[in-house]
Ligand binder design. Structure first.
Ligand SMILES: Cc1ncc(COP(=O)(O)O)c(C=O)c1O
Length: 410
């Protein structure tokens, strides 16, 4: 038997799964059927409110929509955050339906000319990832008769410790190596670009509170140093994020209140060049991950080689991350439960497998479960981020998962 990750606090102690105060079966009926992602709008709003309360005054909250770009999620979160971060022309188009361009930033390597043009024409901030991209943006601005708003994404000379996805301290396709940044900023200012500041994103998915505090302090110090070396004052510094959520046994949550308090101290001692600079953190997963549950129905329970397999109508084509094939080195189990019997006594050890013809399609590996029958519902938690849009949904031609947003009471 292998352990499962911790149930998010909102679901611990339930006897039958409810999400946002509603029974899962009612929600699935509203959504249409399984497989479905159910998103709790009230949980997302509570998360934003908690982060805002923890952060020092004046530090904005930006949402990286790659974590969950579902239309209802975007419509709910856009009015309560200060900015949206996008990573493609497609995400930009979605973001523009819910937020003014001035509050949208476009980061990510490999922006095509037509995407740069889309951002410049709309007036979004480009986070340039190379000198070449900056040159292309300037040329497109010239052609359009517009001044592009450009922030420089810095590949920092440090990394976010404990991060599942490191984006600093090494050779990287993301951002411009810190040593080369002052020269580019000087050039942008000299040619009259609307240079907006720095974007310093050191990594993603860390649960180490101390590492986040350390990275934020290092980010502020780096921004101050780069501003001095460039001889230019940044209007804005995006401090990145990297706050993780607990997926696996033994994981513990980030202490965001401690992060906020430490950021307040770091900001109080910031370099003179940053005295009038605006700041924001940029988070995806932490804001929406815990608010989502992926529900999939049991279509078969079978025995093979002395093991029990619970076969469900969903799989890794919807929720790749739970199968361990999205950036994890060692496969471990996400939190999982039988929705009808959340508090059922574990009586079997079984693997939950999806409907795809690949042994990779294993959503839970040899976990303890209550008795499971055909027709029961398996709930996989921590499914609100990097689920539906980060999974190979075209694989084998199965239908996409439904996605259902629970607005909650306002
Ligand atoms: C530039 C940038 N911003 C934001 C994010 C979102 O990270 P997370 O969802 O872990 O908060 C990422 C993740 O890769 C990123 O690359």
């Amino acid at each position: 038997m292998k352990p499962i990750g911790p149930l998010p606090p909102a679901f611990a102690g339930q006897s039958r799964l409810t999400i946002g105060g509603e029974d899962f079966a009612d929600l699935l009926a509203q959504a249409g059927d399984t497989p479905a992602f159910l998103y709790d709008g009230a949980a997302i709003a509570a998360r934003v409110a908690r982060l805002r309360a923890a952060l020092p005054d004046g530090v904005g909250v930006h949402y990286a929509i790659k974590a969950n770009p579902h239309g209802d999620v975007l419509a709910a979160i856009a009015p309560i955050v200060d900015g949206l971060d996008v990573a493609s022309g497609g995400e930009l188009a979605k973001a523009l339906t819910v937020k003014p361009a001035a509050a949208i930033s476009f980061a990510g390597p490999g922006k095509r000319d037509d995407e740069l043009e889309q951002a410049i024409a709309a007036g979004a901030t480009l986070h340039v990832e190379s000198e070449g991209e900056a040159d292309r943006a300037l040329a497109i601005g010239d052609r359009l008769g517009l001044t592009p708003r450009i922030a420089v994404r810095v590949n920092p000379d440090f990394e976010l410790r404990g991060s599942g996805m490191r984006m600093g301290g090494r050779a990287s396709p993301f951002g411009i190596d810190a040593v080369r940044v002052p020269a580019l900023v000087r050039r942008l200012v000299a040619v009259g670009a609307d240079w907006h500041g720095f974007h310093i994103f050191a990594g993603s998915q860390t649960l180490d509170t101390g590492a986040i505090i350390e990275a934020q302090a290092a980010t502020l110090a780096l921004a101050g140093r780069l501003a001095d070396e460039a001889g230019a004052v940044p209007a804005f510094v995006n401090l990145g994020g990297g706050f993780g959520i607990p997926y696996f046994a033994g994981d513990t949550p980030v202490d965001v209140e401690a992060v906020g308090a430490a950021l307040g101290e770091a900001l109080a001692g910031r370099a003179a060049a940053l005295a009038d600079t605006g700041f924001a953190v940029e988070l995806g997963r932490w804001l929406v991950g815990e608010a989502g549950v992926y529900c999939t129905r049991v279509v078969d329970v079978k025995q093979s080689g002395g093991e029990t397999f619970v076969v469900v109508d969903g799989g890794l084509h919807h929720q790749l991350a739970a199968s361990g094939n999205f950036g994890t080195v060692v496969r471990r189990n996400y939190p999982v439960a039988v929705a009808e019997r959340m508090d059922g006594e574990p009586v079997i050890t079984a693997s939950v497998v999806g409907c795809l013809c690949t042994p990779l399609d294993r959503l839970a590996d040899r976990v303890a479960l209550p008795a499971v029958a055909v027709g029961d519902t398996i709930a996989l938690f921590q499914a609100g981020a990097y689920g539906a849009t980060a999974s190979p949904s075209a694989f084998l031609g199965h239908p996409p998962a439904r996605e259902w947003f629970i607005p909650g009471k306002r």
